[in-house]
Write a protein that binds this ligand. Structure first.
Ligand code: DQA
Length: 138
């Protein structure tokens, strides 16, 4: 099984950025644990702060991988182009968020992407990514 994790803008700063919301752990070290927990799953990782690069990655994997776990960061709330990319590919996409976006500012309550995704997971810290992977296995 091949799963692609995609992180969008500012998520390269996990472990550094707004720790009270996003925690102390950098994504690379979480990813090491995740790969150990799922030795039979190929887990690829990509991060970009650039909207078009996120779209290119969705196109790259979106006809061959078994699943995409996508945290599009703030683009979640704004990007018609990423929503269109998710709708265009055949690989199912799970939208994930580290924080519970519904507990936060109102502009974070709406997702442009959710309607094109298989499901949405929010509010479980970095474990949101593991739950996303788990959803492709069950
Ligand atoms: C986020 C929530 C978004 O609203 C925010 O812009 C992020 C991170 C999360 O993982 O909780 O960058 O997607």
């Amino acid at each position: 099984m091949k799963i692609q994790i995609i992180n969008g803008p500012n998520l390269n700063l996990l472990g550094v950025r707004e720790k009270s919301i996003y925690g102390n752990t950098g994504f690379e070290s979480y990813l090491e644990d995740l790969r150990k927990q799922y030795p039979l799953v190929q887990i690829d990782y990509y991060q970009s702060n650039v909207e078009g690069e996120l779209i290119n990655k969705l196109h790259d994997v979106g006809f061959s991988f078994d699943g995409v776990v996508l945290n599009a960061g703030a683009y979640t709330h704004t990007s018609v182009a990423i929503a269109d990319a998710i709708a265009a590919i055949t690989t199912p996409v799970i939208e994930v968020h580290i924080s519970n976006v519904y507990k936060r500012e109102e502009f974070r309550h709406h997702s442009m992407l959710a309607a094109s995704c298989k499901g949405v997971i929010a509010g479980f810290g970095l474990e949101s990514y593991r739950l996303g992977i788990e959803s492709f296995i069950i």
